[in-house]
Structures are given as structure tokens and as C-alpha cells.
Design a protein around this ligand. Sequence first.
Ligand code: N7H
Length: 493
Amino acid sequence: MSQVDYSDVQGLVRFGYSQMTSASYALVRVKNADAAKAWFRAAPVTTAVAQKPPPKTAMNIAFTAPGLRALGIAESLIAGFSHEFRGGMGQESRARQLGDLGKNEPSNWSWGGFGREPDALVMFFAEPDQFDSFVKKSQDQNWGAAFDEITSLGTSNLDGDEPFGFTDGISQPQIDWEQQLERPCTQLDYSNVVALGEFLLGYRNEYGKITDRPLLEPDARAAGLLNAEDAPSKKDLARNGTYLVMRQLEQDVRGFWKFLYDQAGGNVAHAEQLGSKMVGRTRAGDPLVPIQAEPIPGIDPSAVRQNQFTYESDPIGARCPFGAHVRRTNPRNSDFPARRLSAVQKLIIMLGFGPKGFYDDLTSSVRFHRILRRGREYGPELLPEDALQPPPPNESTRGLHFICLNANISRQFEFLQNAWVASTKFSGVTGESDPLLGNRESLPGCPVTGNFTIPGDGTLRRRISGLQQFVIVRGGAYFFLPSLRALRYFAGG
Ligand code: N7H
């Protein structure tokens, strides 16, 4: 039994709302603070309580730091949130870290960017026949009085595929809602169960610590908030809330498949194989390495066929290249590939006395760098077999509204994006970044990243070059997804 009060947690933390296949994201600026607060107070925010049957509509709400200011939240309180959240995704130094340079520069984004952030994100989800009326009802007169809408980002339902045509949404961490995990100082075997405090503020994280967050004196206004677990005399504004990262990632689906077909000399099967090597799964979502017999904690029995694997059986990346998107974004146990170690050997390595060599330069433990993905696709479907046809005039764009939840943006999302996705050094391969997401512009001081290494069995290895920029960042911001109690605090009710 979880001790978490699900009725205080926004539903997106626990559910992806997959049965509600229609969704849109309204990015708004506060026009009138009182009207905005009144709208937030009345908003039917969906909680994490499981309902049977599940609801047909859902709404969740998140704020940027400027948004909290716009609602009149004191600067001293905002100062308690993380510096990434306060600084925003579009800050110059942060953009460099995230690889948002050249075409991806925040000044080119159609929304977000330094000084242009929305105040709030209102997410609408519904079953298709309910969607229009739900949004219309929510965006009533008061909505118009409260907000200026910067944009409303639509989504599309591609039946579980992302726009390049690969199955998405397979691998997610399993949250330890019951807080049963006993964490050793160092854990060497891959587990998919992740501490609650990695995804929800106010609880213990993978270090056994509670992430920093704003704590308040218990005055009358804060009376409705929960007490802090680690400072019981204080009120915990962020408990049951988390950070939400949003990035609009436009995908060049035609460019992606043209590149694959060109590399494969027009052979469809080979093109698809190369695409799978770049993603790290087949289009149907199967992993490129064998499923292991031993269970992995936190892998749902229904997901065994697609998710009960590590890279232990593929130490040189012959099946799933080191640089493949899924191997980069969750290397699982790449710390110790191909080494079945005894407890003593593991201890020796943990203490830093292990053998020196190629594998010592591998990625550090992954359990501090997991994210919960909650994004949705947008734009019309384009099947790989149609991608080589000339585009129609005024073709709509397509891509992913990437959304992830994490309690520590810098250690989770930013680490992934910087050290694993954008970096040109990863797991022993150099001079290449993520084959799907890498920024290909040759910028002063940055090595060219349009390479992709496919190690073969034994000594054979193939290096592909000339990868183009298949994904362009069109917008983004860091939000705080508050608990329902905190939302009432912000909205003054
Ligand atoms: Fe990725 N893609 O279509 O190839 N991603 N992703 N992603 N991604 C995954 O395993 C994709 C992006 C992660 O636990 C799959 O569920 C595309 C960003 C993580 O084994 C596919 C875009 C970040 C995983 C894609 C994009 C991540 C993952 C396989 C952008 C983080 C789980 C399906 C347009 C910074 C890895 C699955 C694991 C899986 C694609 C973006 C992270 C098919 C097209 C920005 C953690």
C-alpha cells in the first residue's frame, strides 16, 4: 500500500492517459492575476487516484518560474525551487549544455526561450468524442479574461508509433510508490524500480535523500500544505509535485528515411535495419539484444518480451550499437558489460582498484538518471514507404511534444540530454552524438557529430558519416507540476 495521498498528486505522474487519445497543450500568459487565480481554483484538475472506469477527460496544470511570479508568489519562495527551473531552459549557458545551438537556438524557437517563456501549461486529454466539448467548456469566458494564449499545441494519435515510424512508450521506470526499496550505497545490478523521490518531490530519492525544495513557515495561508518529512516544523510547498520538462521536437521524417534508403542503396529491408540500429529497437519495438531469463525487478510481466534485457550480452555493441538512441538514454548495466563479476570483484571495482582498460571509461550508474516520459506526437502520419515521395505543397510539420517528469532537472533530464544525447563522447565511442537527436551543425569549437558507429562481431566495425539533423528544437520550457494543495496555495484558495 502506498502512503502517498494520490488525491494530492496530479494524474500525469501516475498515468499516461493512453486511453484518452486526443490531447492538446495550451501555453498561456497571465493577463489578469485575479482572473487567472479564479480559473485555477475552479479547474477540474485530474488526480492520481485510480478510477474505475477511467475518466474520459483529464486536465493537468504546470507553471514556469515567471508564471509563479505572475500569480504574485514571493521571490523568497521562488528562490527555494531549483536553479534550472528558475533560470529556464532558454538561458544561454543552459542552451549550450543541451546542444541548443545553431538552428536549435532558443532565439529561433516559436515559443519559450529566454524572456519569452509561457506562464503556465494547461494540458487537456480526452477520448476523441469528448475532446472538443471538454476544451471548449474549460476555455470559457473566465479563461479569456485570465489568459493570453501563446499557442495551443495539438497532438496526433499514431497508434503507439512516433513519427519516424518506431513503436514508442515501451520502457518506463517503475516508481516505488510503496517506498519499499532498500538502497545499498552502490547498486551494480540493473533494476527498473526507481525511488519515488526521483519523480515526486518531498520523498527519498535514489541517494536516500530528499531533494531540495521550498519549505515555508506554517502561516495561515500555508496551513493547507503538508509538513516536510525532513523538517516537520515547516510546510512543504513542493511535496507531491515535480518538475515537468517540455520540448517541441520537430522531426524531419522525409530526411530520415531518405538518408536510410540512400545508405542502403535503396534496399528497403537494409534501410529499416539501419534505422533500428540508430534507434536501438526494431520498428515493432523489439530490442536488438536477447531477452534474458532472469527477471529484472520492476519489469512488468506483460512487458518481458520487449523489456527484460540489459546490454550485458552485447559488450561491444555488435547487436545494439553503443550510440543507439535507447542505449544512450538508458544504458541499463553498461557499467559492467560482459563481466559476470563476483561480489568481491565488484567491490574491488567500486573502490577504484579494477583493471584499467577500455571498459573503465563507461557510463556511470544509470539509476540516478531516469526520467518518466509523458510526451505525445503531433502532425500527420507519414509512413516510411511514402517518405520518399515529393511533399505536398504547404506540408504540415510533425514531431514529438517531448514531456518528461523528474524531481531534479539537472541530474535527470539535463544529464541525459547533455552527457548521453548531445555529447560526442559516450561509452567509448567518440566524434558522434545521438543519431536521431544530435545537433549536426559544425559550430566553432565543436567536433562534427554526423557519424554513427556500428561495431561488428570481432574487429569489423562500420562508421557511417553524413548524418543530418533529423530533429530540430522548436520550443521548450521547464515547468513545476504542483500538488493539488500547492495549486490551491498558488491560486490563493
Ligand atoms: Fe527517446 N524514437 O523515435 O526513436 N525514444 N526519442 N528521447 N527515449 C525511445 O523504449 C525518440 C528523446 C528516451 O529505457 C524509443 O519506450 C524520438 C529525448 C528514453 O530503454 C524511441 C525523439 C530523450 C527512452 C524513441 C526522442 C529521450 C527512449 C523506444 C525526439 C531524453 C527509454 C521506445 C523526436 C533526453 C530507453 C521505448 C530505455 C526511448 C524515439 C526524444 C529519452 C522509438 C523520435 C529528448 C529514456
